[in-house]
Write a protein that binds this ligand. Sequence first.
Ligand SMILES: Cc1cc2nc3c(=O)[nH]c(=O)nc-3n(C[C@H](O)[C@H](O)[C@H](O)COP(=O)(O)OP(=O)(O)OC[C@H]3O[C@@H](n4cnc5c(N)ncnc54)[C@H](O)[C@@H]3O)c2cc1C
Length: 470
Amino acid sequence: MSITALKAAAPRQLATRIEELKRNVSGQVVLPHDDAYEAARKIWNAMIDKHPALIVRCASTSDVVRAVNFARDNGLPLAVRGGGHNIAGNAVCDDGIVIDLSQMKAARVDPVARRVTIEGGATLADLDAATQAHGLATPVGINSTTGIAGLTLGGGFGWLSRKYGMTVDNLESAEVVTAAGEVVRASATERPDLFWALRGGGGNFGVVTRFEFRLHPVGPGVLSGLIVYPISAAKSVLRQYREFVAKSPDDLSVWAVLRQAPPLPFLPAEVHGTGIIALALHYAGDPKLGEPLIEPLRKFGTPVGEHVGVQPYAAWQQAFDPLLTPGARNYWKSHNFSTLKDGLFDAVVEYIEKLPSPQCEIFFAALGGATARPAPASAAYAHRDVQFVMNVHGRWEDSADDKRCIGWARDFFDASAPFASGGVYVNFLTADEGDRVRAAYGPNYDRLARVKRTYDPANLFRVNQNIQPA
Ligand SMILES: Cc1cc2nc3c(=O)[nH]c(=O)nc-3n(C[C@H](O)[C@H](O)[C@H](O)COP(=O)(O)OP(=O)(O)OC[C@H]3O[C@@H](n4cnc5c(N)ncnc54)[C@H](O)[C@@H]3O)c2cc1C
């Protein structure tokens, strides 16, 4: 029964149950008439405008258990919010319950065992702050306000991935609240089927309240920064970039970003607002060893600016935050690539020349290295052949521009499709891409569906890139 039907049938009964839930949780229950409601229902992507019936801001695993039981027993739609970054808006739902973990961020580092245990509502910034205090890190994404939960459950990659693998390759264990309201642990030796599914199968299997990751020595100072070329050099830079990445050691990660130049202080004023291709680089080893390796990146043409140096790893992890603030309208399209073809570069340049807003961009994240070594069936994340993930990031402010900006992203997606490998990163799927869910889970879909049947046979956790129980 939906909440609307429930309200109509038994308003007093529902109110009583919500009051009971309020008394029993140590966090807060936010309702539509509460002052906190408007802020609590907002997520990173301003295009998402959903109105949950109640938002439970959990303070503990016990709160999560109570909220899961409440949703199941009352037949309510259920969404789980980690960092609230997901482009498809799966952190919230209409007329149902949102289990909001954003208050649950505690982290504990064991520097000797090189492990961190962190709660399911933490952001990447929370994780980096805790681990970098010990000169340690694990591979995560490149925008520090992203949630560790959603990122990890979809696979997770960033500057350290070529060296240390996907985020899921570094997951040691997880604490999960299942659809039955049980608190279970999953690891290589405890419920290995669930552990396998959590490493790429999204939020389909339960609410992860705690993650345990392996850590690696990183920084604290890392060689990183941007080398910027004019868009007129884009094709030549992209060709050289492709050759360069193919020969790069795992320590070195270079991504290519095409967009209009933001007013960055290291770029001459006349470059601001013009088309650029920026090479964003990060070297995970000793900066002195990285210096000669990055030298060729400066010789792909005549750069219009450069900002490269040794800076704290945690600061580099936040370098792109100002361009990725919450509150803008966002629409993404994404492809995986095992190689980059010249025809793709022609399409990229054609579409960069008609950017529909100054905030739109196309980027290529270089994976390969350690991300490509595990077998595709070793974890639910299957895309071990991927050398590059491309994201077409449509981003703008005014809803009047929706049609134009979404149209641009879709048209370029179509133009670039002939060069793509067919797979897609599940965490980059938008709400209207249900037809790509099988491609996102790839050859692991059927096994995921069997694990889903074991842990969530009634598909309680379905506000996600959903796997139907087998
Ligand atoms: C600006 C930006 C930059 C990004 N950069 C990268 C990047 O560099 N690398 C990368 O890999 N990805 C990147 N992403 C994608 C990111 O991994 C996904 O958006 C991811 O879903 C975000 O996780 P979240 O917890 O913030 O999201 P949410 O929207 O809170 O959740 C996402 C999904 O996970 C589920 N979920 C959330 N928390 C839990 C939990 N505790 N237990 C069970 N299910 C849960 C939700 O129900 C939802 O289906 C980026 C996203 C943005 C917006």
